[in-house]
Write a protein that binds this ligand. Structure first.
Ligand code: IPE
Ligand code: IPE
Ligand code: MG
Length: 235
């Protein structure tokens, strides 16, 4: 484990994305409601983001709520949104401690005006911070691509390029994730960053998200540096 908090990554690993999975199972193991798992998941999220900053990662994306997660019980949905709302408040009140450029990717239209305003305000307040933290909220990779195509149609395009799609995605301008980490043993993308993950490395761990911490991030980073990224070429 990188206990000295030294920078351990270089330009090969600029962007890590996390599919934060397993909060429900973590709670179930303890005989607690799923919301309890999300609460502890939110703690792990703070720890992991802080640690990524310490080791020199420049860009972190987390999958917080998918377009499919609306199919969950309303109480659980509310508990997840409340935790995010609380995180935004804490970030606003303690910008030194959190030290992130907070941005949201996804379709924000279903959220109430208060939350939308908070999101806008925190994005503006933190825009000069160097560690980018993109929170995928009401995010779906397919919806994102469809939205990009509709924007291009509105622009009057009749023939589109890969660059056109990239620049109209929610993630426009961001580097593609070098490494995607998914916790809780599931080995799938679940509609996360489908376009952007074309050449990402994947790391899966059985660790449930609320148990995720620096030691697990170190393992993922270590594994990443063992991979040979060929991007279709011959090395
Ligand atoms: C991830 O944990 C959090 C969200 C999807 C919001 P889950 O809630 O999916 O936990 P499991 O997969 O049911 O254990
Ligand atoms: C993916 O996890 C979504 C988030 C982590 C926000 P899910 O728990 O929703 O994914 P599935 O249902 O196991 O594919
Ligand atoms: Mg899950």
């Amino acid at each position: 484990m990188n206990t000295k908090n030294e920078k351990t990554v270089d330009d090969r690993l600029k962007h890590i994305a996390f599919i934060m999975d397993g909060n429900g199972r973590w709670a179930k193991k303890r005989g607690m409601p799923r919301s309890f798992g999300h609460k502890h998941g939110a703690k792990a999220f703070r720890n992991v983001v802080e640690y990524c900053g310490k080791i020199g990662i420049k860009h972190v994306t987390v999958y917080a709520f998918s377009t499919e997660n609306w199919g969950r019980p309303q109480g659980e949905i509310d508990s997840i949104i409340e935790l995010l709302d609380k995180y935004i408040d804490e970030c606003a009140q303690n910008m030194e401690k959190y030290d992130v450029r907070l941005r949201f990717i996804g379709d924000m239209t279903p959220f109430d005006d208060k939350l939308k305003a908070k999101i806008k305000s925190i994005e503006e307040m933190t825009k000069d911070k160097s560690l980018i933290l993109d929170v995928a909220l009401n995010y779906g990779g397919r919806a994102e691509i469809v939205n990009a195509c509709n924007r291009l149609i509105k622009e009057g395009k009749t023939n589109i390029t890969e660059d056109d799609i990239s620049r109209t995605l929610y993630t426009a301008g961001a580097p593609d994730p070098d490494l995607i980490v998914r916790t809780a043993g599931e080995m799938r993308l679940s509609n996360f960053l489908m376009w952007q993950s074309a050449y990402s490395e994947f790391y899966f761990t059985d660790t449930l998200w609320p148990d995720m911490g620096p030691a697990d991030v170190d393992l993922a980073v270590e594994e990443f540096y063992k991979r040979k990224r060929r991007f279709g070429k011959v090395l």
